[in-house]
Design a protein around this ligand. Structure first.
Ligand code: AMP
Ligand code: TRP
Length: 331
């Protein structure tokens, strides 16, 4: 009965959600719930690929669910769940491992970066990260996957694996398409405008978290690294800091980058930084308040997780059974 296209996305609870996550992924995820059949997960299993404290992981899984709801993901309109609550993800990932070339996984930029950064913890899970991600997506026959630019390579690999499987057996998986926003598919650190803003950066002054209090947000924006020139102009090549601020402003003020550029044409950098900071503070104020209310209600969060996992499991199990049958496992 449901003819809608399917959307899947997930975020891993390895750090607190930051505005780059919001602009790159969450914003599109919210918008897509209007027209599509959307499933969104907290990728808790993926978090285990990096060293993470058990208490924090558990806390963040609740935090993420509360924030999903607070930013406007409605559990009546989409399926929200924790990845580990649906065992089919790990089960399909194993099968997909057997359809992925060692060389393909080794070429992944994220694997190369993360294993170089923390060689003492370059574990097999980190290596197989993209196949678990492919399983997340392929289980639900997702047509679209809203993500930031950095995840596009993983998405390509998911398509390759799906195609390989389909060709070897018969059409089974839908080939997913990655969706990045028109603007802001990569938001840069305020402390280093040539590096991606991340939730686990060493320099957290460069990362603005959704739940940062207003003073912290303002302080981070006021200290944003820019350039020694004095004109506000969108020019990512030569003025990465200013261009990043204009992008952030445009998203949260709901204007185009050109409009933002015009608005600040005569402004000095301090004015721009203050205005961007204030806009971000106001945008997230109701979200912070709603989050505070929800996080105090563990029972409700658990009921959302449970309902979501049941809905997702029903669909995932059907796909997993099909895959098991095709590869020759006795059911
Ligand atoms: P991560 O924080 O790496 O788990 O990413 C979760 C989602 O947010 C992914 O779709 C990323 O591509 C996206 N994302 C993370 N950081 C940024 C950023 N600085 N700019 C744009 N998108 C981002
Ligand atoms: N790898 C993604 C990230 O780091 C998170 C993720 C896990 C994901 N599974 C996914 C994203 C499936 C899209 C679809 O951000």
């Amino acid at each position: 009965m449901d003819e809608k296209k399917v959307v899947f996305s997930a975020l891993k609870p390895t750090g607190d959600l930051q505005i780059g996550n919001y602009i790159g992924a969450l914003k599109n995820m919210i918008k897509m719930t209007e027209d599509y059949d959307c499933l969104y997960a907290v990728a808790d299993l993926h978090s285990l690929t990096v060293d993470c404290d058990p208490k924090l992981l558990r806390k963040r899984s609740y935090d993420f669910m509360a924030l999903f709801l607070a930013i406007g993901l409605d559990p009546e309109k989409c399926t929200l769940f924790l990845q580990s609550h649906v065992p089919a993800h790990a089960e399909l990932a194993w099968i997909l491992n057997c359809f992925t070339q060692f060389g393909e996984a080794k070429r992944m930029t994220q694997f190369k970066d993360k294993s170089a950064k923390a060689p003492q913890n370059a574990n097999v899970g980190l290596f197989a990260y993209p196949t678990l991600m492919a399983a997340d997506i392929l289980l639900y026959k997702a047509d679209y996957v809203p993500v930031g630019k950095d995840q596009m390579q993983h998405l390509e690999l998911a398509r390759t694996i799906a195609e390989r499987f389909n060709n070897k057996y018969s059409p089974t998986f839908t080939l997913p398409e990655g969706i990045t926003g028109k603007r802001g598919s990569k938001i840069f650190s305020l402390a280093d405008p040539t590096a991606k803003m991340g939730k686990t950066d060493e320099n957290l002054n460069g990362t603005v978290f959704i739940l940062d209090d207003p003073d912290t947000v303002m302080r981070k924006f006021k200290r944003a690294v820019t350039d020694s020139d004095a004109t506000v102009r969108f020019d990512p090549q030569n003025k990465p800091g200013i261009s990043n601020l204009l992008t952030i402003y445009s998203v949260f003020a709901g204007v185009s980058v050109e409009e933002a550029e015009r608005e600040f044409a005569a402004a000095d950098y301090a004015t721009l930084k203050t205005r961007v900071g204030e806009t971000v503070v106001e945008y997230f104020r109701p979200i912070r308040e709603e989050y505070a209310r929800l996080i105090a209600d563990k029972g409700y969060l658990e009921s959302v997780m449970k309902t979501g996992a049941e809905k997702a499991s029903y669909r995932a199990e059907k796909m997993l059974a099909k895959v098991y049958r095709k590869v020759g496992l006795v059911r």
